[in-house]
Every structure is written in C-alpha cells, then in structure tokens.
Design a protein around this ligand. Sequence first.
Ligand SMILES: [Zn+2]
Ligand SMILES: [Zn+2]
Length: 310
Amino acid sequence: MTENSSKAQHGQGRTCVITRRACFSSSHRYWLPEFSADDNSAYFGACALAPGHGHNYELIVSMAGDLDRDGMVLNLSEVKRSISNEVTDQLDFRFLNDAWPEFDINKADGCLPTTEALVRIIWNRLQPHLPIIALRLYEHPRLWADYLGNAMDAYVTIRAHFAAAHRLAKEELSQEENEKIYGKCARPNGHGHNYLVDVTVRGSINARTGMVCDLSALQFLVDDLIVETFDHTNLNKDIPYFSSCVPTAENIALHIADLLTKPIKAMGANLHKIRLQESPNNAAEVYAELPQLNAIPEMLETMETNYKRA
Ligand SMILES: [Zn+2]
Ligand SMILES: [Zn+2]
C-alpha cells in the first residue's frame, strides 16, 4: 500500500453521525369526520378552520454509519436525493391531509397531520433508504417534534419567552464574597434577561388525533404557570421560591420543571426536558425523566437551522 492510498483511507470503518436539513412548505387542517363542527372547533381551535393553513417546515435528519474509503458515511447527493424523493417532493406545496394515505381521515386508521404524526410517518418512509437515528421537524420557531424510531413515542417542544430581572447573591455572604462567586451578576441592583424556555414533553402519539397531548392546553399551562408568573418580575423579590434560592439559569430551569411536571402528567404526557436560554451565550437544561430515558440526541440540538440561530 502506498502512502497516498493509506492516507486516502484515513478514518475508514470509524463510526460517524451526519446531519442533513431539508425544507418544505405545506398546508393542513385538523378536522375529524366523527366530530361535530362544534367539537372540531372546541378540540382544534383555529386549526379546524376550512380550508386549512400552512407552515414552512424544516426537517433535520440524523444518520449514523461507518466511514467509507472516500471519507463519508454516505454520499451526500444520495442523501439529498432520498430526502427529496421520499419526503420533500411529495409534500412541498401540498395539502398534507391529501398528500399521504396515512393522513386520510376518512379511513378508520387515518390520522391528522400534526407535527409529531408527520415526523413519525417521515421516519417510516425514510428508514428503508437511509440509516436514520433521529429526526426533528420544526413546524415554526416555537413548535417542533423529535422522533427516534420508538413506536408511537414522540417528543414535542414548545418555546415560550419571558423577560425578568435577577441578582445572583447569597444573603448570608458579604457583597465582596458574592462578587467572588457570581461576578457582575452579584451587583446590588440586579440586571435582566430575555429568557427563552423550551418545554419538551414525551408521550404516545394518538392514532387518530396524531397528538402526544392537547397542544393548546399545554400552551395555556406554560403561559399560565410560567410566562404569566415570571414575565416582567424581579425573580428574587417577586417569586417566593427565589427568596431563599439563588435564581441562576440552572435553578430557574429546575423550578420550571418542578412547576410543570405534575400538570403535564395530568394531561397524559410526561415532562421530558426544560431548556432555559438566558442569553445567546448561556443556557441550562434539566432532564425531568432521566435516568430512565435517553436524552434527545445532541446533534438535533446543535444543528443550526433557520429557526434556531443563536
Ligand atoms: Zn398548523
Ligand atoms: Zn443574569
């Protein structure tokens, strides 16, 4: 073997994860024939309105495999072609309810094309062609679903925002000691952040509604318990929990997890994760279900998308 040919095969056989992004625009409508018009609108709100509405979807596809002699897990042109043939060419500029038979609600096993139902069907259609290990589908910047190939189990994340002030300091310490620990964050009059909070729930996709849980109820819960409570407050002074607990990003994320775990359980889903982003430069994550379950793969979190640029 020449030196050149051994160099050409550097890495061959070693495992690697690759990620590919694809976009499509589609419309859909949430409406079930077995419900009355009133029940459809009570259940699905504005999503039940005829003739439907649309989203610019972003799909993140993670694949794993061993490097070939050309230094690739897969040929990216083939990856692109498979995603186009199996997904985007079939869905782009289409009405999802009509695009695939899985979403034909006039059939007994038809299911509404929610984000979580759609990402699962995309998995089923891509899996024969690509070594996928995880999929994420963004419906918009504040709603996305992850699917890891586990039967009807899916993850849905909603993003909320609140603005709040805080000061990082322990009451029992002097100003000097606090500044040694918390730096500028211990300055006496506090400072503020625009917090982004991502609430991830895990649950079983309902075979008919396509939903892991009632999304508008989840949104109401997060608005009511988190946004309304924390927005435009001084966390140290206005939130009793933080009168005795330093409101670091980590502690705020933990407190949010504690506030949401039970009510989400009561809705029939499980709080999986809270991710609290304090600034473009720092965030804290709390896994409410660990160690029983594996976390959502990191490559889905780090992929830069139109929707998740820092
Ligand atoms: Zn929609
Ligand atoms: Zn701060």
